[in-house]
Design a protein around this ligand. Structure first.
Ligand code: GTP
Ligand code: MG
Length: 198
């Protein structure tokens, strides 16, 4: 999709604040600082629409971006950030769980992992929860920051990440991505557009 128009429509922490437009939604989840906002910005052709930061834990609400009046991208707060309080982490978990489990317009979930490392315990737990019957939505695992790894290692990175996640080829797909080079952008858009039509 060629994106010309994006609105940051709203931040929500509870169901009553979600949009009511009836457009399909896709959510972006992943460890804090993994690059969710950076991926969103590349997909919508903006340098810094979704706020990016070298400081983890900046995104603390569900942020709904309306793209071309056709779809909402939902930037979900990152997990695994040690410096927030236990209470704040539990509140996040409830907020994210409520959204991912119950949201009817939600058509797919993009889970980002860092291409440089094996998935963390939390990445693995999140992935397994996303593909479980509890949620039951299509999942695209995106291994990001691929510019930090030489091209010759990408196949091994994919194999290692998939093995570590016990990747389910029927319930999920995989793409390598870099926000620096924009590698993978078109494939990710193709995946999103197919989900939006489902
Ligand atoms: P939270 O909102 O805190 O959960 O973080 P986030 O997942 O939205 O991460 P964000 O997009 O803010 O990126 C975090 C840092 O990683 C920033 O310094 C980005 O510039 C950097 N970054 C993100 N994607 C890439 C990438 O593909 N390559 C490289 N080299 N750096 C990246
Ligand atoms: Mg962010």
């Amino acid at each position: 999709m060629e994106v010309h128009q994006v609105e940051m429509v709203m931040s929500a922490v509870r169901e009553s604040q979600y949009p009511t437009d009836g457009l399909p939604e896709v959510a972006f989840v992943g460890r804090s600082n993994v690059g969710k906002s950076s991926l969103t910005n590349v997909l919508i052709n903006r340098k810094s629409f979704a706020r990016t930061s070298s400081q983890p834990g900046k995104t603390q609400t569900l942020n709904f971006y309306k793209v071309e009046n056709q779809v909402f991208f939902v930037d979900v707060p990152g997990y695994g950030y040690a410096k927030v309080s236990k209470k704040a982490r539990e509140d996040f978990a409830i907020m994210i769980g409520e959204y991912l489990r119950k949201r009817v317009p939600l058509k797919g979930i993009v889970q980002l992992v860092d291409a440089r490392h094996l998935p963390s315990r939390e990445d693995i737990e999140m992935y397994n929860w996303l593909i479980s019957d509890d949620i039951g939505l299509p999942v695209l695992v995106v291994a990001t920051k691929a510019d930090k790894i030489s091209r010759g290692k990408w196949n091994k990175v994919e194999a290692d990440i998939k093995r570590s996640l016990q990747f389910n080829e029927e319930l999920s797909d995989f793409e390598i991505f870099s926000a620096e080079t924009k590698y993978g952008k078109d494939n990710i858009w193709d995946w999103l557009e197919a989900r939006m039509l489902d």
